[in-house]
Design a protein around this ligand. Structure first.
Ligand code: FES
Length: 251
């Protein structure tokens, strides 16, 4: 009897053996057991409020984390002043726009002021010019001086007022409202494109709203034998001025 008791229990001073698991359940349990998680990297040290370096897990780290989070969101809110209630732009943007507009207006005013330092120069043709020799002209209307000097030179065998052959110079300004008529050689007349006034080659008006004939300008013979046209002196037929000796060059 004493031997049986000895063999069932551990001897004094021995570590009792763990009960053996049933042999058919041991592999399944080992398969289902979760794998131990990989060790996490140590948390980055965060400065706590007291200037110490600590971790987020520590009490100081949590406090530092809580303190730094609002600070990151702060710049967006700090772009406006506390009393800036503008709905669209910040006060700084409005000030920028105002300064831009002011600068542009100042530059424009400066440019306008500077423009007065350089007055307009009117390159008007001279009032007098030599129009060549009489032999260079045939009978009828000559338009070579219309664009440059604003006159037609007409050679006629018999002028209506001078009753002689020679030259007269007609102003190209319509006596209605100042347009420039065109010479229509086929119809032997001047026709104003603005309101339809018509003038004979003599300059006398005969149709349209023009109230009086075209004006003639001074025409004389220069010392060198050329025709000299002088636009500074005009002659009006309705005033009886076409009979003036300088309103017609006999030739
Ligand atoms: S301006 Fe020539 S007809 Fe009126």
């Amino acid at each position: 009897m004493a031997d049986e008791t000895k063999t069932d229990g551990p001897a004094a001073g021995e570590t009792p053996a763990a009960p053996a698991a049933p042999s058919h359940t041991a592999p399944a349990a080992a398969h289902a057991a979760p794998k131990p998680a990989a060790p996490r990297p140590p948390a980055a040290p965060l400065p706590d409020l007291a200037g110490k370096t600590t971790t987020a897990a520590s009490a100081g780290g949590a406090a530092a984390k809580a303190a730094t989070a609002p600070a990151a969101a702060k710049p967006a809110a700090s772009s406006r002043a506390a009393d800036d209630t503008s709905p669209l732009l910040t006060r700084r943007a409005w000030m920028g726009l105002a300064w831009g507009a002011f600068s542009a207006a100042s530059a424009a005013a400066l440019a306008a002021t500077g423009r007065f330092m350089f007055p307009n120069v009117l390159n008007e043709p001279p009032q007098q010019f030599k129009a060549g020799f009489p032999t260079e002209y045939g009978m009828g209307v000559d338009e070579r001086w219309k664009e440059k000097f604003g006159v037609w030179i007409v050679r006629t065998p018999d002028d209506i007022d001078q009753h002689a052959s020679g030259f007269y110079a007609l102003s190209v300004t319509c006596t209605h409202l100042g347009c420039t008529p065109n010479y229509l050689s086929a119809e032997a007349k001047f026709k104003c494109p603005c309101h339809g006034s018509g003038f004979r080659t003599t300059g006398v008006n005969f149709e349209g709203p023009a109230p009086r004939p075209l004006e003639r300008v001074r025409v004389v013979l220069a010392e060198d034998g050329q025709i000299l046209i002088d636009k500074s002196r005009h002659f009006q037929r309705e005033l009886g001025q076409w009979t003036d000796p300088e309103a017609f060059l006999k030739a």
